[in-house]
Design a protein around this ligand. Structure first.
Ligand code: ATP
Ligand code: MG
Length: 378
């Protein structure tokens, strides 16, 4: 990887979307990356999507607010990462609030806003739509980008089965506003069910909670009120899509070194390219380091060496040697998978390997350690 690790690929970026399969380290990498770029003097805001909230707690975030909060620089400095002129801001996304805020912003007046937010059809649907976090995440990103307060925005993406879900988010949003999803649902069509994700549950829940004449009046109200927001909404969705394709927006793909996530990463790359979006780079996270420099040759002699140099008993020397052999096998498997990814991504896409750290990354010290690998020079 060229000098500067991820820093080089973010040199011209205003927005970095961190994507990848479930559990590969997206949230951790997003936060570490944001901290590292802040230490390079930028004003950075990171939007994480972490129901566990562990990172937020570690950073001292008050999770109640749906706006970025400035992280006390002393916390990072104490962990060895002085920010200088840089600023680190962070928030954990509250999907439901983000969605309500979007409605409020698009409403022409306070009365319309209140009526929509109180409408039972809206409440049922927005819970479900907000439950698809891909959608609210991108909406929040767009809102923050418009504020123009930060040099760099880092967006973590939700723990979805499919890393690609959020690429369809603007479309889903539009479908919601156009009432397409609901209309299709009410007609019982299959496409509608997919559009809103947990579709069947929504209709059943809706019918259970909002019944009879009330349902009809709320439904017609819903369509009338939302109809008034449609123009503003379409414009918004187009802007969101444009932001994802903007030259200043880059995607960073995180994967683990196993075969399946790497296959998914390659699929993601193709989808991004087809959608006209930029893959800035890939991070292979939790790579096993090879402790044995000369590999297989050293393994045979290891028990004897451990007995002689480390003064281990023969059985202990054998079991320590066996542990080394296991690590070595994993390191070789990882290296082969990384090489395959390297070849398939092509030379133009920077690839950064981050080692498997001894501990889980759950505090500021862990983030600082991780950032050093992500942004490592040379
Ligand atoms: N390089 C690393 N070394 C050791 N542990 C790591 C490393 N990177 C991440 N982790 C740990 O792996 C776990 C998963 O990381 P993280 O929550 O960031 O993944 P994610 O991709 O955001 O997951 P999800 O898809 O559920 O949102 C966490 O416990 C984190 O601390
Ligand atoms: Mg996560």
């Amino acid at each position: 990887m060229s000098a500067g690790g991820v820093a080089a690929l973010l040199a011209d970026a205003r927005v970095c979307v961190v994507g990848g399969s479930g559990g590969v380290g997206k949230t951790t990498a997003s936060a570490a990356l944001a901290a590292g770029m802040a230490a390079r003097g930028l004003k950075v805001a990171v939007v994480t999507i972490d129901p566990a909230q562990r990172l937020a707690t570690a950073l001292g975030l008050d999770a109640l607010d749906n706006e970025p909060q400035r992280i006390d620089p002393a916390r990072l400095e104490a962990a060895g990462l002085p920010l200088g002129d840089g600023e680190l801001w962070a928030m954990t996304l509250d999907p439901k609030r983000t969605f309500d805020e979007l409605i409020a912003r698009l409403s022409p007046d306070a009365e319309t806003r209140e009526r929509i937010l109180a409408n039972r059809v809206y409440r049922e649907l927005s819970d479900a739509i907000a439950g698809s976090q891909e959608f609210t995440a991108v909406a929040k990103l767009h809102e923050l980008a418009q504020e123009d307060r930060w040099d760099l925005l880092v967006l973590d993406t939700p723990p979805s089965r499919n890393a690609l879900d959020f690429l369809d988010a603007p479309d889903r949003l539009r479908a919601f506003f156009e009432g397409r999803a609901l209309q299709t649902l009410l007609r019982g069509g299959g496409a509608g069910l997919r559009l809103v994700g947990r579709g069947t549950g929504i209709v059943l829940g809706l019918l259970r909670r909002v019944t009879g004449a009330e349902l009809l009046s709320d439904l017609s109200d819903f369509f009338r009120l939302l109809g008034g927001l449609l123009g503003g909404f379409r414009e918004r969705a187009a802007q969101v899509e444009a932001l994802l394709r903007a030259p200043g927006t880059t995607f960073l793909l995180v994967t683990s070194p196993e075969r399946e996530p790497i296959d998914e990463a390659l699929f993601f790359q193709r989808r991004l390219r087809a959608a006209g979006m930029t893959l800035g780079g890939a991070v292979v996270n939790r790579v096993h380091a090879d402790e044995l420099e000369d590999g297989d040759g050293a393994l045979g002699q290891l028990p004897a060496l451990l007995e002689r140099d480390a003064d281990l008993s023969p059985p202990l020397a054998r079991s320590v040697a066996a542990a080394f052999a296991d690590e070595h096998a994993l390191a070789r498997r990882d290296a082969a998978n990384v090489a395959r990814l390297r070849e398939r991504l092509g030379a133009a896409v920077p690839l950064i390997c981050v080692p498997l750290l001894d501990d889980d990354v759950h505090d500021v010290a862990g983030l600082v350690r991780l950032h050093a690998h992500l942004l490592a020079d040379g």
